[in-house]
Design a protein around this ligand. Sequence first.
Ligand code: ATP
Ligand code: MG
Length: 574
Amino acid sequence: MNSSNLTAASTASTPNATSPSNFIREIIIRDLETNKFGGRVQTRFPPEPNGYLHLGHAKSICLNFGLAAEFGGHTNLRFDDTNPEKEEQEYVDSILRDVRWLGFDWEGRLFYASDYFDQLYAWAVQLVKAGKAYVCDLSAEEIRKSRGTLTEPGTNSPYRDRPVEENLNLLERMRAGEFPDGSRTLRAKIDMASPNLNMRDPVMYRILHAEHHRTGKKWCIYPLYDFAHGQSDSLEQVTHSVCTLEFEDHRPLYNWFIEQLGIFHSQQIEFDRLNLTYTLLSKRKLLQLVDEGHVRGWDDPRMPTLSGVRRRGYTPEALRNFCAAIGVSKTNGTIELAMLEHFLREDLNRRASRVMAVLRPLKVVIDNYPEERVEQMEAVNNPEDASAGTRTVPFSRVLYIERDDFREDPPKQFYRLSPGREVRLRYGYFITCTGVVKDANAEVVEVHCTYDPATRGGNAPDGRKVKSTIHWVSAAHAISAEVRIYDNLFLKENPNEVEDGKDWTSNLNPNSLEILSDAKLEPSLANAQPGARYQFERLGYFCADPDSKPGAPVFNRTVALKDTWAKVEKRTRG
Ligand code: ATP
Ligand code: MG
């Protein structure tokens, strides 16, 4: 764990009415004081629609929308759609859904870089006319070779000094579709000896005869990120353009284009990407997981996508609280997944109804309980929220308990049910185990007990104590369900750490999904709606999956109850 995690932890434990302080807020406050942008704060979230949003994007979304909201500004949602080969409407739709789900509203300020293609082309012509850009006939490979290295300068392209008229003519013909893919590019004429490789005559346009999901066949040349992003910011009068640290080296180029064009100067500010242990946050790799069938789709509950964690049962509030707590910094680090889960539990604890469910059922017969009797036991829905009220749970002679809650030969410290031992059934009675029935393999298949009728509700009038309380469901009333238990998708804290000759997929956890096909639920869950979240008492938080059918629910385990982060936090804070 690095020191920024410790900082994040202490921020998290002292909830603050105002947003946690960070260096970007400081910059904005200073800019407001000096009236740099006329008192305006305009941010944007600029996803490329080439995949689904992931938890890293949540950090960027919370930051951009959060900063604007705090200072009375606005946030644009802009699709950075300059790469038609990898972009699709499906991704656009999923991104809109996910940003909304996370709780943010772009209030109609929805833009696409492709809306600016005409303007960007006009600006390219302007730079050519000013002698600041030229058409280059080198191939991509030749350009790479002539670029030089960090220690050696690059070499000028033989086409660098083409006359303006020839450049204009070639650029127009590139646009008109006269040349094949990759045969020419438009490059900025800056400095092949610049210590910053991004300034060594970067490519502005490439030829690509590809249909775009919005502009169709109108264009066969497409601007590169560096020639599209800053100008899009400028067109939208974005004041603070925050992006991740890997773009720090692009900032001189971002500024160069804006300055050469003499247009509104947005300010780029870089912050650290979110990295999480046991998790990969890269759309390219997540796409590979989907394409190669390692997961069931972009919204597989094991995926760190927003659609995946939503299906798993995460709440937008938990994600927003987490993002506020981790803050932003100028150096990349890695946050513990346990910290995210801590915020998740904290939120679910407040809002999730408690219910009883048995994941691995073991039959219990209460021999002295009348055969036909059914009692309705009153159960509290949420001890954290009195307004959530109570419900009744049927109790009868034959129950299911968790297989783990019984041991024929209890080890020391095992206080749950075992022969001769008395335990409390939650909201029920005290029961004492009197014997077991075994199958041909000597496995216990049924436990026999007696109950004490005087202990209804969970207390003995004579004051005797039991050491444990276990959950149960009435066999005759139970709903059978499929429950999907998830573990980390990767075995290594850093899934990118691999031995020579292997790739990151070798770190996939083969046991990341366990399906329990015969869980038993209390009857109130028969018609749980997909997306409904519950705490299964003593087990964890669970969320009804869209695969549920009436009477046959499917549940995802969102997160188990044990909170390792809280322990880490306690230890590190002493
Ligand atoms: P990926 O590497 O996963 O493809 P990206 O940066 O290419 O991510 P974009 O769609 O371009 O994805 O990202 C939109 C915005 O989200 C950008 O401003 C980007 O900096 C930010 N972003 C992407 N990943 C992270 C992350 N892990 N942490 C914080 N911000 C991120
Ligand atoms: Mg990108």
